[in-house]
Design a protein around this ligand. Structure first.
Ligand code: SAH
Length: 369
């Protein structure tokens, strides 16, 4: 067995032997961002040749529409002379490159923009540095959001929050117990529950979830991302969050592992697969609101993109494209907006967190743009 385990699995086993079963959130954090062996640390997993594909990698239209959105919001903010354009988890950087190219049409926006890319992976940072050389927008890299200096800002996070570690609790007869990863009697990593119940846990849940049946699973994130957004945006700014998840807090295990474009066992090969869990938009909205930010949406990715004019953008691109390329554009449009299991239109949501003075935002109000 020892020969087949990866260095990260060794490390996880060592920690479990030393300190006891580890919470799912700690397991997820180690798998994704262990400083040496974490999934994101040494590789570029995004794209057809990687493990999964994201909206900006499907089509340039996605980033372009976000670019136009950002520039419109900047104007609504009173066109500040300097605006920090912050992207959380930029991956290959495609979204931002498409966005800034499209936003050129809005007078003054690019000259005002100062770019801050928050990226924990040295491998992806290196790739971003290479690709962003072509831009003449000042750019700084950070490994945490907290490092970005204050000031008027536009924050973009696409498929970022789903990779932040998630805690899970399981309902047992005597209350909710944290779900942990242990070493089972057959020597394999396995899920279990912590022996002590989480004190007062029921009281922290929405009322309708308190009587949950035995075996139910509840997930929550303990990062401070919503508070950090809320705090910054109270200054002056708007954040746009695009991700998959649920609009209303619910029960269920959404932890999933993906490698080579297929689902795999989350405990099977630590550090070799992407681990994600649905974003709880309800929880995110509540904590940002609790410190004074205003929430817009969430709306489906389909509505967001249609209201920003993705159909018209697709037509314009097709008019200039050869026939085989035109078909590709139609397929990309369908994938980004379709509501079925193959489409990203319904499961993915867009939500904005904003300073209350900024007012209605493009795409979030039914009548716009
Ligand atoms: N937004 C991109 C990539 C999504 S993948 C796209 O849509 O294609 C998640 C991204 O978040 C990767 O760039 C990953 O390296 C980064 N990341 C993961 N955990 C992070 C953390 N804790 N802090 C900062 N970046 C993180």
């Amino acid at each position: 067995m020892a020969d087949q385990t990866s260095p990260l699995e060794h490390e996880i086993r060592r920690l479990i032997i030393a300190a006891g079963p580890m919470p799912v959130a700690q397991y997820m954090r180690l798998c994704l961002t262990h400083p040496q062996y974490g999934y994101y640390i040494a590789r570029d997993p995004v794209g057809a040749a990687g493990d999964f594909i994201t909206a900006p990698e499907i089509s340039q239209m996605f980033g372009e529409l976000i670019g136009i959105w950002m520039a419109a919001v900047w104007r609504q903010m009173g066109a500040p002379e300097n605006v920090r354009v912050i992207e959380l988890g930029p991956g290959r950087g495609t979204l931002m490159l498409d966005a800034l190219r499209a936003a050129r049409v809005v007078n003054g926006f690019l000259a005002a923009a100062v770019l801050h890319l928050v990226e924990i992976s040295p491998a992806l940072q290196a790739q971003q540095r290479q690709r962003f050389k072509q831009l003449d927008v000042p750019t700084t890299w950070h490994t945490t959001f907290e490092e970005v200096p204050p000031g008027p800002c536009l924050v973009i996070a696409n498929e970022f929050i789903d990779v932040l570690p998630v805690h899970q609790a399981v309902k047992l007869p005597d209350g909710w117990h944290e779900r942990v990863v242990c070493i089972a009697s057959d020597g394999k990593l396995a899920f279990a529950t912590a022996s002590d119940a989480l004190p007062f846990f029921d009281a922290t849940l929405p009322r309708r979830l308190r009587g949950a049946a035995e075996g139910a699973i509840y997930e929550w994130r303990s990062d401070n991302i919503a508070l950090e957004l809320g705090r910054r945006l109270r200054g002056e700014g708007v954040a746009l969050i695009l991700d998959y998840g649920h609009v209303q807090r619910g029960l269920g295990d959404t932890l999933q592992a993906v490698a080579g474009h297929s689902y795999t066992d989350p405990l099977g090969a630590p550090g070799e697969a992407d681990l994600t869990a649905h974003v709880d938009f309800d929880a995110l909205a509540q904590s940002a609101e609790s410190i004074g930010a205003r929430i817009h949406g969430p709306i489906s990715q389909r509505d967001f993109l249609l209201r920003l004019g993705i159909k018209q953008r697709a037509e314009a691109l097709k008019a200039r494209a050869p026939r085989d390329k035109a078909r590709e554009i139609d397929l990309a449009l369908a994938r980004l907006t379709a509501t079925g299991p193959q489409g990203m239109g319904e499961l993915f949501k867009a939500m904005a967190i904003a300073n209350p003075e900024v007012g209605a935002l493009p795409a979030f109000e039914r009548s716009s743009p």
